[in-house]
Design a protein around this ligand. Structure first.
Ligand code: PLP
Ligand code: COI
Length: 339
């Protein structure tokens, strides 16, 4: 049944929907996916995820499209990234088809919660993998649970596609060069909370982190990748061992190339910020968030207008959202139909 919500004014908040899905790994094999309604479940007090952080998650979106269908954006990429994350922290990777089945069922069984076309909102799917068996010495669990839940969301930053002010957080690092910044473990987000909190307290909704070895090269924002457009129209995004390989960024790079922009993936010295005419934060939740200024110590770099996104970011935003909402041909076959 179609829910009646104020779709155009949703924030990015948890909301309970009809059902979520669960599959358990036990005795060396994954069991069947089952539907659950009660958001509370019981867990062993000595579960490895609770003590030693064997937990990771994913984030992807489903969209109600112009033709009335609902479709997920690039779920196979998320399935692969969860498997890579799981291997890095010695969890049991869910098979790709199990992951895709779980996220597809999450959308299909909550269709009434998928925001109608034209509202600008979407349905955020959050898969979660945790090590559940008890252990007191440090080591991997032998049992795992995969969950997949979803809820309707609006923009991650409250004004949506509107420029924000960013702050370079140098007092607290988020990820070590050969640590786990390149995978989506839950602990990365705990490690960024204090830095993000401090940035917000100073009036910046978004923090930029530099490589933690030198504090010289740009890594990424707390919940999204960094990309910039140079004055001579190159799309430049960091190469680093401590950033998450963003599926949104990968997609935007393809779109930018299609638009005739040269794409560069390389180290970006923080001083290079003065070469950019547009800067964006990109990710599933953030989509593209234009960045108007970046404060680094007593320096402030500004990009474009304070109250309007730049031309290239606007084109990229329209292009990716156009594909997601079924307004533009999906020539790269990114969308997986659910209904
Ligand atoms: N970087 C971090 C730290 C993130 O949490 C996310 C969100 O998933 C991203 C980048 C963007 O990745 P994606 O575009 O795959 O959502
Ligand atoms: C996402 O963009 O999906 C994220 O995971 C970022 C954040 C909500 C943690």
């Amino acid at each position: 049944m179609q829910q009646q919500l104020d779709w155009s004014n949703l924030g990015f908040e948890y909301m309970q929907t009809d059902s979520y899905f669960r599959a358990d790994f036990k005795d060396g094999r994954w069991g069947e996916i089952s539907a659950c309604a009660d958001p509370n479940f019981s867990i062993h007090v000595a579960a490895v995820c609770l003590h030693y952080g064997q937990a990771c998650f994913e984030g992807l979106k489903a969209f109600r499209r112009k033709d009335g269908s609902a479709a997920l954006f690039r779920p196979k990429e998320n399935a692969e990234r969860m498997a890579a994350t799981a291997k890095r922290i010695m969890m049991e990777p869910p098979p790709l088809d199990l992951f895709i089945d779980a996220v597809t069922k999450t959308v299909a069984s909550n269709l009434g919660w998928v925001p109608p076309y034209g509202t600008g909102a979407s349905f955020y799917v959050r898969p979660l993998l945790i090590g559940t068996s008890p252990r007191v010495g440090v080591g991997p669990a032998t049992e795992y649970s995969l969950f997949s839940m979803g809820m309707p969301v609006g923009p991650y930053y409250k004004n949506g596609f509107f420029p924000v002010k960013a702050y370079v957080q140098e007092s607290y690092d988020r990820a070590a060069p050969h640590g786990v910044g390149n995978v989506k473990v839950a602990g990365n987000y705990a490690s960024g909370m204090y830095g993000d909190y401090e940035g917000k307290h100073k009036g910046y909704p978004i923090c930029l982190y530099l490589d933690s070895a030198h504090h010289r090269y740009i890594d990424e924002f707390g919940t999204s990748n960094f990309f910039g457009i140079t004055k001579d129209n190159r799309y430049v995004t960091p190469e680093s061992t401590s950033i998450l390989p963003s599926i949104t960024n990968k997609s935007l790079q393809q779109l930018a190339e299609g638009m005739g922009l040269k794409v560069e993936r390389r180290k970006i010295d923080i001083d290079e910020l003065s070469n950019f005419k547009e800067v964006g934060a990109c990710g599933t939740a953030a989509v593209i968030t234009p960045v108007h200024s970046i404060t680094h110590g007593d320096k402030i770099y500004t990009f474009g207008k304070e109250n309007e996104a730049g031309e290239i970011l606007t084109r990229l935003f329209k292009e990716i959202q156009g594909i997601q909402y079924g307004e533009i041909e999906d020539k790269y076959k990114w969308m997986l139909n659910v209904e």
